[in-house]
Design a protein around this ligand. Structure first.
Ligand code: PLP
Length: 357
């Protein structure tokens, strides 16, 4: 049998999660966010699975939008960071892409286009200070864009910095900062997954759910399953060796783990060469035969070691690193990161299998 390390992607769960976003914001157009290879889940399969039900897709850059068009996706595609040069504006026209516009240079490029028709999302900096025009600049930018023949539609968009922490005062501060823009009566897009779940007053015209589609919780104080989300990626491998070690023996590189008592150690065929994070701390759980067991010692490139003392295990047993039965959110906490990063870091060595296509 070949190396068992694989990511199983449940496309049925993905579609269910998209429907959950739609039910949460029934009057909004939901752009499924599929940037970064669909958060590491495989953009071709994810986009094809969602295309029959999705209102549109959102990606980070024009290259990712081109990929969607090459896949035959005909739905609206929103480019969240907008064009990086004039050529990309032309590409947007040729491929009917929707562009975020967050700075004056992008407005200039669009002004220089002679023909075609483009839907723009004017990005408002409501407090995150990453991208966007200051609130007071927005009316001017909008009138500049309105004067252009190539601009067919204008929406406003913004992004919340702290929507994952329900009730965080900065959420209200950002909403207040944007209040003057309501008078412009333009359609708006404000919500990532966290805001989709917690800020119905902000759903407006379009929403941009990302991580929730993949089954992780967008909220720090709720789990995905509490929100009714289904895990999409299950990362698995198997036990390839079992060793009884004595109290005082060490396990793995740097003797980072010293057995306090006699114990049984399983070597599992997955490591940072597969994208399993080396930052996984002592005690990070994996799932074996339905039980959570702690990793013991450092993550190597191709292996991890797990304390399986006292449980019935055998060579070839499936080990789930995250997915059904053990959420990526829970694992991410042990690695000082978020599930977004765990998903994006899966490497090409991991075989990917799709269910429910
Ligand atoms: C990535 C991204 C999203 C999706 O965020 P999630 O937290 O994954 O739901 C929405 N809007 C913008 C601008 C983004 O960059």
């Amino acid at each position: 049998m070949a190396r068992a390390t694989q990511a199983i992607i449940d496309l049925h769960a993905l579609r269910e999660n998209y429907q959950l976003a739609k039910r949460a914001a029934p009057h909004s157009c939901a752009y499924a966010v599929v940037k970064a290879n669909a958060y590491g889940h495989g953009v071709a399969q994810v986009a094809n699975a969602l295309a029959p039900s999705a209102d549109g897709f959102a990606v980070a850059c024009v290259d990712e939008a081109v990929t969607l068009r090459e896949l035959g996706i005909l739905l609206p595609v929103l480019v969240l960071e907008g064009p990086m040069d004039l050529q990309e504006c032309q590409t947007a026209i040729d491929l009917d892409l929707q562009l975020a516009v967050h700075n004056a240079q992008q407005v200039q490029w669009i002004s220089s286009l002679s023909s075609g028709c483009i839907h723009v999302f004017v990005k408002v900096d409501s407090g995150m200070h990453r991208l966007g025009f200051a609130v007071h600049e927005v009316p001017g930018v909008v009138s500049q864009l309105r004067a252009l023949n190539v601009v067919s539609d204008i929406q406003l968009m913004s992004h919340f910095a702290c929507a994952d922490e329900t009730g965080h005062p900065f959420i209200e501060q950002q909403i207040k900062a944007m209040a003057p823009l309501a008078a412009m009566k333009l359609p708006m897009s404000l919500c990532n997954s966290a805001a989709v779940m917690t800020l119905p007053q902000c759903h407006q015209h379009s929403i941009r759910p990302g991580i929730m589609l993949y089954g992780s919780s967008p909220l720090v104080d709720k789990t995905g399953s509490q929100l009714g989300l289904l895990p999409v990626m299950t990362l698995q491998s198997e036990i390839i060796a079992l060793h009884d070690v004595r109290a005082g023996d060490s396990v793995g590189y740097g003797q980072a783990y010293i057995a306090k008592q006699d114990c049984r150690i399983a070597a599992v065929a997955i490591g940072y060469g597969d994208g399993y994070p080396r930052s996984a701390k002592k005690g990070t759980p994996v799932l074996i035969r339905g039980q959570k067991r702690p990793i013991a010692g450092r993550v190597s490139m191709d292996m991890i070691t797990v304390d399986v003392t006292g449980m019935e295990v055998a060579l070839g047993d499936t080990v789930t690193l995250w997915g059904t039965g053990l959420s990526a959110d829970e694992v991410a906490k042990f690695c000082d990161t978020i599930s977004y990063e765990l998903f994006c870091q899966i490497t090409a060595r991991v075989k990917v299998r799709y269910l429910g296509s």
